[in-house]
Design a protein around this ligand. Structure first.
Ligand code: MN
Length: 252
């Protein structure tokens, strides 16, 4: 199949390179990724400066286009301008650091897959459960298999998959769990410090989420050494609330 591959860590990141090598064995892969790290930019797009695509060829085995924009820009520009035909699948990753629970809202990795889903294309976002990404090759092997399943089965229009993989050898992965997005919060999101001029500043970075002990939630599934797959919809309407609100008597 034809695959558009992107990420939020930049075109030179090891996660996207590992995935590229594994996917290329059986598929046509076009890499269009940010020219630098853009983690946690969410679904931002660039409106106030020009976007440029630069051809990057690291060696005979890895090439693509680096964009001076966000992950969502890469997908949008790729689909609207750079690809001659829509790809069969868009993949974003592999991100070092799980995108589970509230992280899903901030993640550039997830937003790139969401952008593809807005275009009606099947997509998946892939992350490993560690900042180091020791087992990117093993994770890439999982992503390739999942991608082929998604291509075979299809996804509902406007829905994409958020995939998180334990950072362990392939043989140690127990299986796959279809999970819900958790809603645990960051307990220590900020460190308060003092600069050399005695002014207070804050450094944001807490990423240890606290999960409900529910095996059907993404984070706990991952911590139990399962691949966690959560289907996510672009339509964020709360249909239950919509029905309730329509029953209220509204004053205008
Ligand atoms: Mn990232």
């Amino acid at each position: 199949m034809q695959i558009l591959l992107t990420n939020d860590d930049g075109i030179y990141a090891p996660g996207i390179q590992a995935l590229y090598h594994v996917l290329c064995a059986d598929h046509q892969v076009m890499v269009i990724a940010p020219d630098r790290e853009r983690s946690a930019v969410g679904h931002a797009i660039t409106l106030h400066e020009p976007l440029r695509a630069s051809r990057v060829a690291l060696n005979a085995h890895y090439s693509g286009y680096a964009i001076n924009g966000t992950p969502a820009d890469c997908v949008k520009l790729g689909l609207c301008e750079m690809l001659t035909a829509p790809p069969d699948l868009v993949i974003s990753g592999i991100n070092p650091g799980a995108n589970v629970g509230v992280n899903v809202n901030y993640s550039g990795t997830v937003a790139a897959a969401k952008e593809a889903a807005l275009f009606g294309l099947p997509a998946l976002a892939a992350s490993v459960h560690s900042r180091e990404g020791v087992h990117f090759e093993d994770a890439a092997r999982c992503v390739k298999a999942l991608a082929e399943t998604v291509h075979h089965q299809g996804l509902p229009r406007g829905t994409f998959l958020n995939v998180n993989i334990p950072d362990i050898p392939y043989a140690d992965i127990i299986g796959i769990r279809i999970s819900r997005q958790g809603n645990g919060v960051f307990p220590d999101a900020f460190e308060k410090r003092t600069d050399p001029r005695n002014r207070t500043y804050y450094w944001q970075g807490g990423d240890q989420q606290v999960f409900d002990p529910d095996p059907e939630i993404d984070g706990p599934a991952l911590e139990a050494n399962y691949v966690s797959i959560t289907p996510i919809k672009c339509d964020m309407t709360d249909y239950k609330a919509l029905d309730q609100l329509q029953a209220w008597s509204w004053e205008r």
